[in-house]
Write a protein that binds this ligand. Structure first.
Ligand SMILES: [Zn+2]
Length: 327
């Protein structure tokens, strides 16, 4: 009977919760007022309602936690077709997604020194078989669930099952609170910044080799006195992944050039701000703006416009030289 009562209380809580929509492009758990509900593995989950359209903004904001930067990935996802339930529960889901901190749940800290050698220790199966991520798994149990509510699909119920980035014993296992991770990659975000990614991509685009990029980067890090951020831990793998990305994005998508251009525009609509298929003659007009150009425009454009000129492949400069005029 007692269990039934606590369930009822939980249902009422969900119905009475205000929908929170923080006025930031990205927001985290710190921007939300949480309500504790009974149950949950740790003896009480935190719950909150946000618009479903803002789930991605929350996941991004939560990944950028200053003390424990992480990357929340989808650990499992379930969906139900609309109209499939006759009597849906108040917290019944249309879509259920479990997000888990990228530093868990498995713990490979003990086998870390063996990395580089051929190790025969294999993860059991399923969830554990993540060879690419094994090196960074540190047993973190931080995770939350997002339910797109069946009866109100425009809303998402966030159930924060474990808010702290700790291991099973309750001790911090990555980020600045974890003493063991000081001076290692685990202290910082799991991925390099967008800024460095764009920089490396542009170097690869102009034909600078992987070795030269890594070498130059290591020299830079040494010059400023060792690693201070995830970007300083740029690895050959990071660069190789980007190189592969460039190789796998062919520009001749179709034998017919016109179809090829149309397909490219469809795939890169985020960067295309103007496209006119045919302009009287055989040609076409295509206006492209990269993320980097957009950022510079917002930063230096002062609400007007900017003019930029790019020099690449020059013998004088090892990297691309961009001249930007802001008006
Ligand atoms: Zn974590």
């Amino acid at each position: 009977m007692k269990g039934h009562e606590s369930k009822m209380a939980r249902m009422e809580d969900i119905l009475n919760l205000p929908v929170q929509d923080p006025p930031y492009t990205e927001f985290s758990a710190a921007h939300i007022n949480w309500v504790k509900v009974e149950g949950g593995r740790q003896g009480g989950d935190d719950i909150a309602l946000i618009p479903f359209s803002r789930v991605e903004d929350f996941v991004k904001g939560e990944s950028g936690n200053a003390d424990c930067p992480a990357n929340f990935r989808v650990e499992s996802r379930r969906k139900r077709p609309e109209g499939s339930l006759n009597k849906p529960r108040v917290d019944g889901y249309l879509e259920y997604t479990l997000y888990w901190c990228s530093y868990g749940p498995e713990d490979y800290r003990d086998i870390e020194p063996q990395i580089g050698e051929k190790t025969s220790t294999k993860p059991s199966s399923g969830k554990g078989s993540r060879p690419g991520r094994r090196h960074m798994m540190r047993g973190c149990i931080c995770h939350f669930t997002v339910k797109r509510l069946y009866t109100r699909p425009q809303l998402a119920l966030i159930i924060y099952n474990q808010r702290s980035h700790v291991d099973k014993s309750g001790a911090p296992c990555h980020g600045i609170l974890d003493h063991e991770s000081v001076g290692t990659r685990a202290m910082y975000a799991p991925r390099i910044s967008e800024e460095l990614r764009q920089k490396v991509m542009s170097l690869l685009h102009v034909g600078i080799s992987l070795d030269a990029i890594v070498q130059h980067h290591m020299e830079e890090v040494q010059r400023h006195g060792g690693p201070h951020s995830r970007d300083d831990f740029l690895t050959r793998n990071d660069v190789r992944n980007m190189e592969r990305l460039i190789k796998n994005s062919p520009h001749e998508l179709h034998l017919d050039d016109r179809c090829s251009v149309k397909m490219w525009v469809q795939r890169h609509h985020k960067h295309v701000f103007y496209f006119q298929e045919s302009c009287g003659c055989e040609g076409f007009v295509l206006g492209v703006q990269t993320d980097w150009q957009l950022q510079q425009m917002l930063r230096y454009g002062h609400g007007g416009f900017i003019v930029s000129h790019l020099v690449s492949g020059s013998k004088k400069f090892k990297v691309e030289l961009v001249i930007v005029f802001g008006f």
